[in-house]
Design a protein around this ligand. Structure first.
Ligand code: PMP
Ligand code: GLN
Length: 408
């Protein structure tokens, strides 16, 4: 990793995000981009029309620091409607520049230098950077790849590993469910254990629920709904994924007023505020009927099935995700072992871009053979990408090639 002479020690090694790198590779090579997680179609017209209307009607100056009141109300209504969580829009909701800012502001506001943050490994890429910026330390609990147990639960963790990750220095537990990159939806018994340990060690939880409406199997249950957790959990989400407007960067955090006040203090010196006309539009989105949310989940489920079937036919071992935008494929059956090298060569080999999962692991060797594909794309795009992968690798498995330096 190149050392940047002016970059402080905390951020050395973070480099350019894999998403920017892989989207640039797709643009350069003209390959189909199944790397960075964003949809290739716009979200609901009511929502984009509300933004256009807001711009036309002059809602173009700084919104209030905590977010416009109507969006804070809409977030509170959404939390009550879907998850039976009661939050006060005046003091327990904060609008942020995407979930990314909410998470970074939470680390900066809640951690002292040297505190520890428990995370599940692999993590979304902004977590280690946010923890480092806050001067805190990451304590990782490995989600074991991916042999599903009898119950179909892939990416399980060891109870003792989680218990051992809590130390007297633990300040926060950071949980992402549904989980990027694995597609895991944490189970009730797993969430119960997490909640029990947070309570026992008097630790705050920060939960990243940006894929809360993308659950295909099982159910999403926010950690804040477990006994004793509402008072110690900051719940983070965003309109990017739920309404397919990832570039608008409207996110939010909800939780106890004192925790929200702390995070607001850090947030106001990061962006202060953002996205004035997009805030009322996301409020419109949050109030859409159940039919919108049901259709959204069904559509993405069918895209998941389409892509996973083609990846399997191309010869990958596929961990079918229970949620999110992403499917994880193991390249071992192709006789290959280095997912990073494979992803760098994939545009030339097959005209497709994927993301190497190793970049999400604390020890990259834990995810060396895994790669991540995004299926939030039009069916014809997924079909074409699948066809290219099958053409490039489909016969390889049958031929039983095992050499990692093989011909591809
Ligand atoms: N957390 C996870 C797990 C993500 O996948 C993403 C990307 N949507 C984010 C946070 C960032 O969300 P936003 O674009 O709202 O900042
Ligand atoms: N969350 C998206 C992903 O996992 C990317 C967002 C970003 O590029 N920062 O692909």
């Amino acid at each position: 990793m190149t050392r940047l002479p002016y970059l402080n020690a905390r951020l050395q090694g973070f480099g350019t995000t894999i998403f920017a790198e892989m989207s640039a590779l797709a643009a350069e090579t003209g390959a189909i981009n199944l790397g960075q997680g964003f949809p290739d179609t716009d979200g609901p017209a009511e929502v984009s029309e509300a933004a256009i209307e807001a711009i036309r009607s002059g809602r173009n100056q700084y919104p209030p620091g905590p977010g416009i009141e109507d969006l804070r109300r809409a977030v509170a209504e959404h939390q009550a409607r879907f998850w039976n969580l009661t939050v006060d829009p005046a003091t327990e909701v904060l609008v942020t520049a995407g979930a990314t800012e909410a998470l970074a502001a939470a680390m900066l506001a809640l951690c002292e230098i040297g505190d520890e943050v428990v995370v599940f490994d692999p993590t979304y890429d902004s977590y280690p950077a946010g923890i480092a910026m806050a001067g805190a330390r990451q304590r990782s609990v490995l989600l074991r790849p991916p042999a599903p147990d009898a119950d179909g639960n892939a990416f399980t963790f060891d109870r003792d590993d989680l218990a051992d990750a809590f130390t007297p220095k633990t300040r926060l537990l950071l949980l992402n469910t549904p989980h990027n990159p694995t597609g895991k939806v944490f189970r009730d018994e797993e969430l119960r254990l997490i909640a029990e340990l947070c309570r026992h060690h008097d630790v705050l939880a920060v939960t990243d629920e940006v894929y809360e409406h993308l659950v295909f199997e099982g159910t999403h249950r926010p950690l804040a709904t477990y006994p004793g957790m509402a008072e110690r959990t900051l719940t983070v989400s965003s309109g990017g994924k739920s309404f397919s407007f990832t570039g608008w960067k409207i996110g939010w955090a909800t939780g106890p007023a004192e925790v929200v006040a702390a995070v607001r203090t850090a947030k106001q010196f990061l962006t202060f505020v953002n996205g004035a006309p997009f805030q009322p539009a996301i409020a419109t989105g949050l109030r859409l009927g159940d039919d919108y949310f049901d259709r959204f989940t069904d559509t993405l489920r069918s895209k998941r099935d389409l892509l996973c079937a083609m990846l399997t036919e191309a010869g990958f071992d596929v961990a079918v995700p229970e949620g999110t935008y992403f499917a994880t494929a193991d390249i071992s059956p192709l006789g290959l072992t280095d997912g990073l090298d494979f992803c760098l060569r994939l545009p030339a080999l097959a005209g497709v871009v994927a993301v190497p999962s190793s970049v999400f692991y604390e020890d990259p060797s834990d995810g060396a053979r895994l790669i991540r594909f995004c299926f939030a794309k039009r069916d014809e795009v997924l079909t074409e990408a699948g066809r290219r992968l099958i053409d490039a690798f489909g016969s390889r498995r049958q031929r039983g090639l095992t050499s990692s330096s093989g011909s591809c």
